[in-house]
Design a protein around this ligand. Structure first.
Ligand SMILES: Nc1nc2c(c(=O)[nH]1)N[C@H]1C(S)=C(S)[C@@H](COP(=O)(O)OP(=O)(O)OC[C@H]3O[C@@H](n4cnc5c(=O)[nH]c(N)nc54)[C@H](O)[C@@H]3O)O[C@H]1N2
Ligand SMILES: Nc1nc2c(c(=O)[nH]1)N[C@H]1C(S)=C(S)[C@@H](COP(=O)(O)OP(=O)(O)OC[C@H]3O[C@@H](n4cnc5c(=O)[nH]c(N)nc54)[C@H](O)[C@@H]3O)O[C@H]1N2
Ligand code: SF4
Ligand SMILES: [Mo]
Length: 725
């Protein structure tokens, strides 16, 4: 298909223009795949959205969410101007008033109760918004409270923790070199639905097909036969929360059979062999259900080279997340697959956030939470403590600002957190919607949407399967009454500083006033690649900087640029795992149920349900349960069931499915919008409940404090009698 008029523009199209359609290239910021899209626009209207075929990274890929960007853009529920809550009503106010009100509320709490009394919660879209990255973090900095939280601790904290402990920097996260690998092993990740995570791998299906045509294989370990498992060469059901034992057994086999071939900069092979000596394939089989023989064969195959193992949500947000991530890194390192083509590799991004010091290397334990005493990592406390820090006669937290986050839906015991929010003296949200969390705000400051702002992927170029650099100019100009994320952050930080009676250092003021475009341009111009925003904007899809290349040991940030396989902070996790083994073995033999999560290609965490384009069709909110488990409980497909965890109970329809292994039930997260005060016209009619009403803030991963969202013990009973309620 040919495009009507191809042109590259640096400035947004004026809204009154009504000429022939113009073709523009932008980046989709809805997920980590960061697809390059080709959009036809006529004036303020979108004529079509499709994948940009010539994009060197995403190669034409697009998913239904990318097409739904237009619905997000035109959604009448999306706030364009600030609103203030007056009783149960919302009143639009001017920006100056809104910023002053937000600053007054937050500064007031700090004046009355101290700095730590105001919390910041940074949600997932912060990493997908350039302005939030360049300016947003100035907000927690000016507040100066220890109570900084983010979605990281309901997600990938174990990855950062292990990268920090082994490679010396929390962002030295290796990605599978899918384009050259011979063997891809995916553990607890479902890229056919999620499009990849901590692994920017747009067009996963196409890349998988190419892997196959090269004679390569995909092996999946997951308690559910996911969309990815369904297209794999081999799928092993693994009982939730037991992967650590399987992954350690893989390490065990490699070392026991003398198959190790680590690089010269790797230390501690013998210590590792001793540490994993008791984690045999037979032990792994008894707790996980994965056959010992399969583990032996897989270990040998990985040791044969050009193999990449990647573990994500399923092995991160579980009881032994850090042990899992550590075992995976050890496995890659000892088999010589780390930092090698076909293995797991590190990027060489045009803007190197590690080299340029844009992200700190990580630190731990500089402060602790007030109630449970959990340590910070990298300046953040685990979000599982957020609710409890708001409780008691003298709550540690009395005010909060949420930035692009919906913790009521996304963090453990969300409904309980919602109750706490109603008691706070100040709730401020930087968010475009009145949703499960922001309905409790006193004031909401809505930023522009993805089509109204410039973008450059500071984070996802760092995690991509190919080195490229892409600039994405705003498709439409922002309205006169709208503000970008970065402008809101700038104004709020300045207002907070004024109220604190201090003058920000000049350098900081200059940085705050610099638009993200100017900041990125400066970073590009001073980079080794010698690029600029203008140069990138002239090249639709950006520039291709080539395949990933080996970067170690130079890129290591450890002492002497060496890798220790057995840092004590990681091996410490083994004691807790050994202590749990008898229970894990007993649980494997019982008929108790464990709850796990799931993602659907047309869901986007908790916030894209307000478009019928993504929600129509077969409902997908149900609890999946194995037919044998249904029979054992006298429940039939489609029934309403009561699901009870240690913290709460809820009712939801059940769907019989042998996709899940016996003893496992699965619910998606991000559902359950029908709550008082939510202003999402379509989403409130989407059936479903919030999985995080069942998850337990007391269950955190033992080493990092990451939330445990998978492998939750639950009881399921028929709710037949209550069905008419
Ligand atoms: N049980 C269970 N819980 C989970 C997960 C799970 O698998 N199971 N997954 C976890 C994971 S991986 C994550 S990342 C978290 C996500 O947790 P959160 O980040 O807390 O939640 P999101 O659903 O991503 O909500 C994003 C919010 O940002 C707003 N928003 C969207 N775009 C922008 C923008 O550009 N600027 C601003 N300021 N706001 C914006 C939306 O309106 C919404 O309120 O959930 C976690 N929770
Ligand atoms: N369509 C869509 N795409 C998304 C998102 C979305 O909400 N929707 N969210 C984005 C975000 S924020 C993230 S972090 C990524 C996440 O990307 P993924 O990690 O790929 O996400 P999930 O689909 O949650 O995959 C987790 C898998 O782990 C399995 N699992 C659960 N418990 C265990 C266990 O104990 N062991 C093992 N081995 N497996 C287990 C689950 O069955 C599931 O298949 O996706 C991103 N992309
Ligand atoms: S895969 Fe992700 S980045 Fe690509 S179009 Fe879909 S939502 Fe956007
Ligand atoms: Mo995430």
């Amino acid at each position: 298909m040919s495009a009507p008029t191809s042109s590259v523009r640096l400035s947004p199209i004026p809204p009154e223009s009504t000429d022939a359609p113009v073709v523009r290239h932008i980046t989709c910021v809805l997920c980590e795949a960061s697809c390059g899209l080709e959009v036809q626009v006529r004036g303020p209207e979108i004529v079509s959205i499709k994948g940009h075929v010539d994009d060197p990274l995403s190669r034409g890929h697009i998913c239904p969410k990318g097409i739904a960007l237009q619905d997000l853009h035109t959604d009448p529920d999306r706030l364009r101007r600030p609103v203030k809550r007056v009783g149960d009503d919302w009143v639009e106010i001017e920006w100056t008033e809104a910023i002053e009100l937000a600053a007054e509320l937050l500064a007031g709490v700090q004046q009355r109760h101290g700095r730590d009394a105001v919390a910041t919660y940074l949600g997932n879209p912060n990493v997908h918004s350039l302005g939030a990255l360049t300016h947003g973090t100035a907000i927690p900095r000016v507040l100066g409270s220890k109570h900084v939280f983010s979605a990281t601790s309901v997600d990938q904290l174990p990855h950062h923790f292990v990268a920090w402990a082994m490679y010396g920097h929390q962002f030295l996260l290796p990605v599978p070199d899918i384009d050259r690998t011979r063997l891809l092993v995916l553990v607890g990740t479902n890229p056919m639905a999620s499009n990849g995570s901590l692994w920017t791998v747009p067009d996963f299906p196409g890349r998988l097909r190419e892997l196959r045509s090269r004679g390569g294989r995909l092996v999946v370990l997951d308690p559910r036969r996911t969309e990815t498992a369904a297209v794999a060469d081999e799928h092993h059901f693994v009982r939730p929360g037991t992967d650590a034992v399987v992954l350690l057994a893989l390490v065990h086999v490699v070392l026991a059979e003398g198959l190790a071939s680590p690089a010269a900069y790797v230390d501690g092979l013998e210590e590792l062999r001793i540490a994993v000596a008791d984690f045999t394939p037979d032990l792994a089989e008894s707790v996980s259900g994965v056959a010992a023989q399969s583990i032996r064969e897989l270990a040998r195959d990985i040791a044969a080279g050009e193999a990449a193992v990647h573990g994500r949500m399923g092995v991160s947000t579980q009881e032994f997340g850090v042990v899992c991530q550590w075992a995976i890194q050890c496995l890659m390192a000892i088999t010589g697959n780390l930092d090698q083509p076909g293995g797991t590799m590190f990027t060489s991004p045009a803007i190197d956030i590690i080299e340029r010091g844009l992200v700190g290397r990580g630190h731990r334990g500089r402060t602790t939470s007030t109630v449970r005493g959990l340590p910070e990592f990298g300046g953040e406390l685990p979000v599982s403590v957020l609710g409890e820090e708001m409780e008691g006669p003298t709550p540690a937290i009395r005010g909060i600002i949420t930035i692009a986050g919906n913790p009521v839906s996304s963090t453990p015991a969300g409904s309980r957190l919602a109750e706490r929010l109603t008691e706070l003296e100040a709730v401020v949200a930087i968010d475009p919607y009145i949703n499960e969390t922001t309905r409790h705000a006193h004031v909401i400051l809505p930023p522009t949407g993805p089509l109204e702002r410039d973008h450059y992927d500071l984070i996802f170029h760092t995690l991509a399967v190919r080195n490229t650099a892409r600039w994405s100019s705003a498709l439409f100009p922002r309205g006169a009454d709208q503000r970008h994320d970065w402008e809101i952050a700038r104004d709020l930080v300045l207002a907070l500083a004024r109220r604190q009676g201090r003058r920000l250092p000049v350098r900081q003021q200059v940085r705050l006033r610099m638009s993200p475009r100017v900041a990125i341009d400066a970073l590009l111009r001073t980079s080794r690649r010698g690029l600029s925003v203008r140069r990138l904007a002239r090249t639709p899809g950006g520039v291709d900087l080539g395949a990933l290349e080996p970067r170690f040991p130079e890129r290591l940030r450890t002492q002497g640029q060496r890798i220790s396989l057995t840092p004590p902070v990681l091996t410490a996790g083994l004691a807790a795992l050994r202590a749990r083994l008898p229970e894990l073995r007993a649980a494997a033999a019982s008929d108790d149920l464990l709850l796990i999560g799931r993602r659907h290609q047309r869901d986007n965490n908790s916030w894209m349900h307000n478009t019928t384009r993504l929600t129509r069709g077969r409902p997908r909110h149900q609890l999946l349960m194995h037919p044998d488990d249904l029979v054992a409980r006298g429940v039939t497909d489609g029934d309403l069931v009561t699901v009870t965890s240690e913290v709460s109970s809820l009712q939801v329809e059940v769907r019989s499915s042998d996709e899940v292994m016996p003893g496992v039930v699965s619910l998606p997260h991000g559902y359950g919008h029908r709550r008082p005060g939510v202003r999402l016209t379509h989403a409130i009619d989407v059936p479903g409940v919030s999985m995080n009403d069942l998850t337990d803030p007391a269950r955190v991963e033992g080493v990092s404090g990451n939330a445990v969202l998978n492998g939750i013990p639950v009881v399921v009973t028929s709710a037949g009698a209550q069905q008419e309620v």
